[in-house]
Design a protein around this ligand. Structure first.
Ligand code: PA5
Length: 446
C-alpha cells in the first residue's frame, strides 16, 4: 500500500493497542460480517468487486460527451452528493484545476448552499460558454440542490431549447423512486444510480462522484484500482498489520483519554476539500447518541499562523492526524538573492518541498511537546490511484471506530432537525404545526 500510518508520536504506552485488541477485532468482524447496526448500508465494503461495470462504461462515455459538448460542467449536489467529487478533483488537479487542467472540462459545484451571490457568481463564471449539468440527489427533494437545479435547468432551456438541454442534463439519483427519477424519466435525461446500499458519505466512488471526476479529467479506472487494492489490503484481520484497524484503535484510545477533537492537518492546499470530505465522513458517522470525536481540518503551514497557537498551547482536548504527501509533483528551488535582505540565503537552492517537509517535522515535534498527540498518515502522491485508496482507508477505519464507540456509523438522523425548522418557517405543506412555536421562539432574535 502507498498509505502508511505512524503512531509513534501518539503517546501510547506499549500495551495500549494490545489492550483494545478485543474491541477493535470485534468491530472489524462486525463490519466484515455485515452483522451490525446499519449493515444494509455496507455496499461500499466490496465495491471494487461489485460495482456495475455497464454503468461505469456509461459514465466514461458520458464524461467524453460532456467534454465534447461543453467547456463547463455544473455538478449540483450537497453533502455526500457533492464533497467526494470536489475532494477528488482538487486532490488530483489542485486548487486551480479549473484554470490549469489540461484534461477535462472545468467543474463548478452548485446546490451545496443557499447563497444567491454564490449562484450568480457561477452564472458569471460560465458566461456565454457551453455548459452541461449533472444533478446529483438520492432523494431529489433536498432543498439546496433542488433550488440550484431550477436555475440551471431554466438557463439550459433558454440557451439550447428544451430538446437541446436534454442532451446536457445528466441525473444521478435513486434507481427507482424519487422526484428526480420521475423528472428524468419524463424528460428523457440520461440517468445514473445512487446505490441503495451506500450512504452519501460513502458514495463518491459510485456514479455520484465518478461522473464529475471523469468529466473533469480524472482517470476513474485508476481511482477504482486504488480502491480495489485498499479493499484487499484492509481485509487483513491482524490489528498490527492493518493500518485501517490501527488508526481506528488509536482514535478510540485518544477518545478514551479525553481527546475529543481530531484535526486532520495537511500541508497541501490540494487537500483542503479532502479535509471537508473527511469532516462529513467522521461527523455524520460517529457524532450521535452524544458520542464521537469532533473532526476538524486544517491546512498547514497556512493555519499554523492562526489555529496553530491553540494546537500548541490551548485547551488540551485535541489530537492531530497529519496527512502527509511524500512526493510533490513539481520541484521548485528557492532563488538566490545576493542582497539577502530577508536573510533567506541559508535556504537558497533548497527545494520548497524540502522546506515544507522540515516545517511538517518541526511542527509535529513542537505539537507533541505541547501535549497534542500525533498520528501521521503518509501517502505517496496526489494522483487518481491515491484518491481511491485513501477513500477506502478512511471508510474502513471509520466503520470500525464507529462500532467501537457503539454507534450506527451509517445513519445520520441529526441532519433532519434543521430541515424541519426551515421547512416550517418557509410554510412547506405538512410542516404547518411547528410554524407558530418556532416563530414565537424567533422573537428572541429580533
Ligand atoms: O451523507 C448523506 O447522506 C447526506 O450528506 C446526503 O448525501 C445529503 O443530504 C444529500 O442528500 P440527497 O442526495 O438526497 O440530496
Amino acid at each position: 500500500m502507498s498509505i502508511q500510518l505512524n503512531i509513534n508520536n501518539a503517546g501510547l504506552r506499549a500495551h495500549e493497542l494490545e489492550f483494545v485488541r478485543p474491541q477493535v477485532e470485534a468491530a472489524f468482524k462486525t463490519v466484515t460480517e455485515k452483522s451490525g447496526a446499519g449493515h444494509e448500508m455496507l455496499g461500499w465494503l466490496d465495491l471494487p468487486e461489485t460495482y456495475d461495470r455497464e454503468e461505469f462504461a456509461r459514465i466514461k462515455a458520458a464524461a467524453k460527451r460532456i467534454q465534447a459538448q461543453s467547456k463547463v460542467l455544473v455538478a449540483i449536489g450537497i453533502g455526500g452528493s457533492y464533497l467526494g467529487a470536489r475532494a477528488g478533483l482538487e486532490f488530483v488537479k489542485g486548487p486551480f484545476g479549473n484554470q490549469l487542467g489540461e484534461k477535462g472540462v472545468e467543474v463548478y459545484f452548485a446546490g451545496s448552499n443557499l447563497s444567491s451571490d454564490y449562484l450568480q457568481n457561477i452564472f458569471d463564471v460560465i458566461g456565454e460558454r457551453d455548459f452541461s449539468v449533472n444533478v446529483i440527489s438520492k432523494s431529489g427533494t433536498t432543498t439546496e440542490p433542488a433550488v440550484a437545479f431550477r436555475f440551471f435547468k431554466e438557463k439550459l432551456e433558454a440557451k439550447y431549447g428544451k430538446e437541446g438541454s436534454k442532451e446536457r442534463i445528466y441525473v444521478t439519483t435513486d434507481a427507482k423512486k424519487g422526484a428526480l427519477r420521475g423528472l428524468a424519466v419524463a424528460e428523457g435525461y440520461e440517468t445514473f444510480v445512487v446505490p441503495d446500499n451506500i450512504g452519501g458519505r460513502f458514495s463518491c466512488l459510485s456514479a455520484v462522484g465518478l461522473l464529475p471526476m471523469a468529466a473533469g479529467g480524472m482517470d476513474i479506472d485508476q481511482v477504482m484500482q486504488g480502491c480495489a487494492d485498499a479493499c484487499k489490503a484492509y481485509a487483513n484481520p491482524d490489528l498490527m498489520s492493518n493500518d485501517a484497524m490501527k488508526y481506528a484503535a488509536t482514535r478510540f484510545i485518544m477518545l478514551m483519554k479525553g481527546k475529543k477533537v481530531e484535526i486532520l492537518a495537511s500541508y497541501e492546499p490540494s487537500l483542503t476539500m479532502f479535509g471537508e470530505w473527511y469532516k462529513q465522513l467522521m461527523a455524520e458517522s460517529e457524532g450521535k447518541d452524544n458520542k464521537g470525536i469532533f473532526p476538524v481540518s486544517a491546512n498547514f503551514t497556512t493555519d499554523l499562523h492562526s489555529i496553530g497557537q491553540f494546537i500548541q498551547d490551548g485547551s488540551r482536548m485535541l489530537f492531530e492526524t497529519v496527512l502527509w504527501v511524500k512526493n510533490a509533483k513539481h520541484e521548485l528551488k528557492v532563488p538566490h538573492d545576493p542582497a539577502n535582505v530577508d536573510g533567506l540565503n541559508f535556504a537558497s537552492g533548497v527545494p520548497v518541498a524540502e522546506i515544507n517537509e522540515k516545517a511538517m517535522k518541526g511542527t509535529l515535534l513542537a505539537h507533541v511537546d505541547g501535549g497534542t498527540p500525533n498520528l501521521l498518515i503518509t501517502i505517496d502522491r496526489l494522483d487518481d490511484y491515491g484518491f481511491g485508496e485513501l477513500c477506502y482507508f478512511f471508510w474502513k477505519s471509520l466503520a470500525i471506530s464507529g462500532y467501537m464507540i457503539g454507534v450506527n456509523p451509517f445513519n445520520q438522523p441529526g441532519v433532519e432537525a434543521y430541515k424541519k425548522n426551515m421547512f416550517a418557517l418557509l410554510g412547506k405543506p405538512g410542516y404547518e404545526d411547528a410554524k407558530g412555536a418556532l416563530e414565537e421562539r424567533l422573537k428572541s432574535l429580533s
